[in-house]
Design a protein around this ligand. Structure first.
Ligand code: ZN
Length: 166
């Protein structure tokens, strides 16, 4: 396994529509292993192949149990509810925006052997499914917000959230 370099906003890989995976071969498995290692190393919760310069419909998402879900050719097949919260991206370092997403998201995808499966989750993991799958069509979360938070605004936002939680 090896760490891959994460490209940042401005790189054309992040604006391209990714191609469907048709070969579930060793090359794909290496990509998935590398993406998982890169995700853990970066401290993020999700990573899409275009973020490491590979224009294929592949992403990895870490759920609340710290399990890595590998999604190949994923499609969102059902959503429920709504959540509004802070969102960031490893390819947009240091910037955060408030983005509204569905609260529950169900995804149909293929695993690394090409077998179809469905996975459903809520909260942050559901948000992550939406965020990563969007990457595969060349979209970034910044398109959902007209205002990215500065460091100061982020602190204020987190302080407010803490107060609400008390
Ligand atoms: Zn992202």
């Amino acid at each position: 396994m090896a760490l891959r370099k994460i490209v940042v906003q401005g790189d054309e890989c992040l604006t391209k529509k990714c191609r469907v995976v048709t070969d579930f071969n060793a090359r794909l498995h290496t990509l998935l292993d590398d993406m998982a290692e890169t995700l853990v190393d970066s401290g993020g919760v999700g990573l899409a192949a275009p973020q490491v310069g590979v224009l294929r419909r592949v992403c990895v998402v870490m759920n609340d149990d710290d399990e890595i879900i590998e999604l190949i050719n994923p499609e969102i097949i059902a959503t429920e509810g709504e959540q509004t919260g802070l969102e960031g991206c490893l390819s947009v370092p240091g910037k955060y925006g408030v983005v509204t997403r569905p609260y529950i998201v169900r995804v149909r995808a293929q695993d690394r052997n090409g077998d179809y499966f469905e996975v459903e989750d809520e909260g942050l993991t559901a948000r992550c499914f939406c965020h990563e799958i969007e990457h595969l069509d060349g979209h970034l979360f910044v398109e959902h917000t007209d205002h990215l938070l500065s460091g100061e605004e982020l602190e204020e936002f987190l302080r407010q959230q803490e107060e609400e939680d008390e």
